[in-house]
Design a protein around this ligand. Structure first.
Ligand SMILES: Cc1cc2nc3c(=O)[nH]c(=O)nc-3n(C[C@H](O)[C@H](O)[C@H](O)COP(=O)(O)OP(=O)(O)OC[C@H]3O[C@@H](n4cnc5c(N)ncnc54)[C@H](O)[C@@H]3O)c2cc1C
Length: 504
């Protein structure tokens, strides 16, 4: 079998990017994808004329000035795309009538937080100083910079590490919840815990605001599916082949060398190398029967928290929501009384109104989404009775509309479509473990992976590689591309080739 050939499992962002960089570097690749569409979790679906967007809120690297933007041009995503930068990340409405607005602009955010709670000045200033530090980090040298600019930027980065390294480590080791608990104001305490997830390392939340301030975390008009189609197009133009509707069951191994794959239809396909850009748990423990998992490989699957599985509700509403703010992440509002949704008791609801993107809905109407964390085990049990499963989804649809009525009076009569996905839907269409939507949460346990990345090989198995969100804590689209790029650099090095990239 030609060493030059490569089989890639999964046509998500990581798999498509691996294929793109491999084709650029002279490898002959084929991707096997279980779904009939490219993109994996970066997806969207149509219902009654509305698009339910299943992924993108913000894309790091949207600014042409940023280092990451070069990668987006390499994989063909950035060209011709319109990004918009929104003034607000999140609007957090308290039960006491006050609202915390997490502005994208750091000065505006600082002033607003200080106005809300002057007595919390020391904690606010610390949060803001983390964002300001990240703003400087986001100006890293790029491969396009001239020698002198690269040198100056490199020195600035080194200085920043030297002078602020300790702060960074401390913030990496602090969860959002621990940081939030330092606020005296109960609303700020609550809001900071829920900017993202309470277990999330506060360092990465600060950095998200740095990207937002730098206009480097924009929203792409058109949403997720056009992004995935752009990568698919680039891969096919570089000569790659994708086989859709093909589920990989086994990685074929001979003498501790990966030699190919076996599909659910029983057919076998061979190549010099196998890359899995599919779910990490299924790859390691099912496709390879756990034979190449030592304690270190098992540790994350036993100990690290994952992005919680979701009940994901899409709504189509006959309203423009012109007077509502345009936010990156949504509006979170307090409910009049707690509501039981599946296995959770909700005291507030977070809704994303896509009033920034009219392309997702018919004229004059708007697409909305609601994300509710829910346990995989609950839904697995529920699905044993398909009738009960469907009834539960219908009940949730009614409950969500009723909750939205509290914040948007009259919405009940404007709703034209409600679509409910569960953790099992995520599992069915993307194969992700427990239906997780972004892999590992980035917590103090694994924040160090930003300095020393997780391994992309398995001990004792040659010619086999991993990439994607299960080897990149924090997940997200940028890490998918970055892990594929890193992998292909390593493969080129193994073969004594110079790693090259091109742009579409
Ligand atoms: C609601 C939501 C919001 C998000 N918001 C953002 C955001 O704003 N910004 C951002 O950057 N990221 C966001 N993400 C995260 C981002 O979508 C993911 O982290 C990223 O898409 C993961 O890419 P991946 O290629 O590593 O994995 P996946 O997308 O899971 O791709 C894996 C692929 O492998 C295929 N596969 C699995 N098993 C098999 C098998 N046995 N045989 C063949 N194929 C298989 C799957 O079908 C899939 O196509 C969001 C995700 C969700 C769900």
């Amino acid at each position: 079998m030609q060493k030059n050939s490569m089989i890639i499992i999964g046509a998500g962002f990581a798999g498509l990017s691996a294929g793109i960089y491999a084709q650029m570097n002279g490898y002959s690749t084929q991707i096997f994808e279980l779904h009939t569409l490219p993109g994996g979790l970066c997806t969207a679906w149509k219902r009654k004329g509305y698009t339910v967007d299943g992924c993108i809120h913000w894309l790091v690297g949207s600014s042409p000035e940023s280092a990451m933007n070069q990668f987006w041009r390499e994989v063909g995503l950035a060209q011709g795309r319109e990004f918009i930068n929104l003034d607000e990340f999140l609007r957090y409405e308290g039960s006491d009538g006050r609202t915390v607005v997490f502005y994208s602009d750091v000065d505006r955010l600082e002033k607003h937080l200080l106005d809300l709670s002057p007595k919390d000045e020391p904690v606010i200033r610390e949060f803001i100083s983390g964002i300001r530090m990240g703003i400087r980090f986001d100006q890293q040298p790029t491969e396009r910079d001239s020698g002198i600019t690269k040198l100056i930027k490199g020195i600035k980065m080194g200085w920043l590490f030297l002078t602020r390294g300790k702060d960074m480590r401390r913030w990496m080791d602090t969860t959002a919840e621990q940081f939030a608990n330092r606020f005296q104001d109960p609303l700020l305490r609550e809001a900071f815990k829920e900017i993202w997830y309470p277990e999330f390392s506060i360092f990465f939340i600060m950095f998200t605001f740095s990207y937002l301030h730098n206009h480097n975390a924009g929203y792409p008009i058109g949403g997720s599916m056009p992004l995935s189609r752009a990568l698919e197009k680039r891969y096919l133009e570089l000569g790659g082949q994708i086989h859709y509707g093909k589920k990989v069951e086994k990685v074929l191994v001979e003498n501790d060398r990966a030699v190919g794959i076996e599909l659910a239809d029983g057919s076998q396909h061979r190549a010099g190398r196998v890359v899995s850009a599919a779910d990490g748990h299924a790859t390691i423990f099912k496709m390879l029967d756990g034979k190449y998992a030592d304690e270190k490989i098992k540790e994350p699957y036993e100990k690290w928290p994952i992005f919680p599985p979701l009940v994901y509700v899409g709504l189509g509403v006959n309203n423009r929501f012109e007077n509502e703010p345009k936010t990156v992440s949504g509006i979170s509002f307090a409910l009049k009384q707690p509501v039981e949704i599946a296995d959770q008791t909700l005291e507030r609801l977070s809704v994303h109104v896509y009033n920034q993107d009219p392309t997702l809905a018919p004229d004059g109407k708007t697409s909305l989404t609601v994300m509710i964390p829910s346990s995989y085990a609950y839904w697995k049990e529920m699905a044993k009775d398909p009738v009960e499963y469907e009834e539960k989804k219908e009940q949730i649809a009614r409950q969500v509309v009723a909750m939205l009525e509290q914040r948007f009076p009259g919405i009940g009569s404007q709703v034209e479509m409600v679509d409910v996905a569960t953790p099992l839907t995520f599992e069915r269409y993307t194969g992700n473990w427990q239906g997780s939507f972004e892999g590992w949460l980035i917590t103090p346990q694994n924040a160090g992976s930003i300095m020393s990345p997780m391994k992309q090989t398995l001990p004792g198995l040659s010619n086999f590689y991993l990439c994607g969100q299960w080897v990149e804590p924090g997940g997200g689209l940028p890490t998918g591309v970055m892990s594929a790029r890193r992998l292909l650099k390593a493969v080129c090095k193994e073969d004594g080739r110079k790693f090259i990239t091109t742009q579409a």
